[in-house]
Design a protein around this ligand. Structure first.
Ligand code: AHM
Ligand code: MG
Length: 335
């Protein structure tokens, strides 16, 4: 019987017990993310007080520099993961290169690398719109006991062992998968505890929402234009509803719950679109597929792409399975 009011802490312990050979490292890693998420949530929720407390670049009352929130989020997640000595390397959208964590005490015995986008959609903060943190976890491929190399980070998304996001929204939620379904936890800010609020999340197979920055319409490939027109046509259950926040985590979260498709296509201005394969598309694609949805670059599964560089961008179509397949059909016809 599922216990009511299960906390994320309890859920992590239970899940670890379900795998008798697990060493607990992944559990510790998720715990470190949980902690950093709470710290970042606290800071993000104060963003509206910036005129009162001081903007980034200002000196605060303690004589410390106020940091931009995305820089701060980057630091908090790296700190939390590094302090607990549970990962051997970290790559962040905010850093040019990956960071090797030299855990001399245990001779580089840690086996996981984490890639993350500390505060995605941060340009929305000034206008009080939800932002998020996205993370992706891989087992290293180079031998344990040595320092990590680029090879450990450039793995296809299908090799992810865990992925998730935190959405700092009207409620703050942590949604993650370790490859056994997707579960969502909502933070009770009064006591700082995440509760299992969305067990076993399922992406609706069909949906009626399309999410795309239509301001770029004229620059989109013909197939994408035709798909957008299809969404707008008066036929069957169409026209669909257009919803675009411009904050990937929030757009994805809404579509995951309600059913829909998110598109960030290639365009004549940006041939590979805007979103980053390693920090944004892979983790979101893993979550989508674990929930029964689909993620594609228009031609193939996002999770099958073998990355060639850390900050690689990729066109992104993600959402309800039938809607993504429909978009792929159009893209294929007009390729
Ligand atoms: P960021 O990583 O610089 O925050 O950019 C990523 C964000 C996504 O959250 C969102 O889906 C996209 O950029 C919106 O881009 P645009 O303003 O071009 O529509
Ligand atoms: Mg981003």
């Amino acid at each position: 019987m599922t216990k009511k009011n299960k906390t994320l802490g309890e859920f992590i312990i239970e899940n670890q017990r379900a795998f008798p050979y697990s060493t607990g490292e992944l559990s510790k890693l998720i715990n470190a993310i949980r902690l950093a998420a709470k710290v970042v949530n606290h800071e993000v929720s104060k963003a509206g007080l910036v005129d009162i407390l001081g903007a980034s670049g200002d000196i605060n009352a303690q004589g410390e520099d106020q940091q931009k929130l995305d820089v701060l989020a980057n630091e908090k997640f790296i700190q939390s993961l590094t302090n607990r000595e549970i990962v051997c390397g970290i790559a962040s959208e905010e850093e040019d290169d990956f960071v090797a964590i030299n855990s001399h005490d245990n001779n580089n015995q840690n086996k996981y690398v984490v890639l993350f986008d500390p505060l995605d959609g941060s340009s929305n903060i000034d206008v009080n719109v939800s932002v998020g943190t996205i993370f992706s976890v891989y087992r290293r491929v180079t031998p344990i006991g040595t320092e990590v190399t680029m090879e450990d980070f450039l793995q296809p998304g299908s090799a992810q062992v865990a992925a998730g996001y935190v959405v700092y929204g009207t409620s703050t939620m942590l949604v993650y998968t370790t490859g056994h379904g997707v579960n969502g936890f909502t933070l009770n800010p009064a006591i700082g505890t995440f509760y299992l609020s969305h067990p076993n999340m399922q992406y609706p197979e069909d949906g009626s929402i399309y999410s795309v920055n239509e301001g770029n319409y004229v620059h989109f490939p013909e197939g994408v234009k035709k798909f957008i027109k299809y969404c707008q046509e008066e036929e069957d259950d169409r026209p669909y509803t257009s919803r675009y926040i411009g904050s990937l985590v929030s757009d994805f979260h809404r579509n995951l719950i309600k059913g829909g498709i998110f598109l960030y296509p290639s365009s004549s201005k940006a041939v590979n679109g805007k979103l980053r394969l390693l920090y944004e598309c892979n983790p979101i694609a893993f979550l989508a597929e674990q929930a029964g949805g689909k993620a594609s670059d228009g031609f193939r599964s996002i999770l099958d792409i073998k990355p060639t560089e850390l900050h690689q961008r990729v066109p992104f179509y993600c959402g309800s399975k039938n809607m993504v397949e429909k978009a792929e059909e159009f893209i294929d016809i007009y390729k």
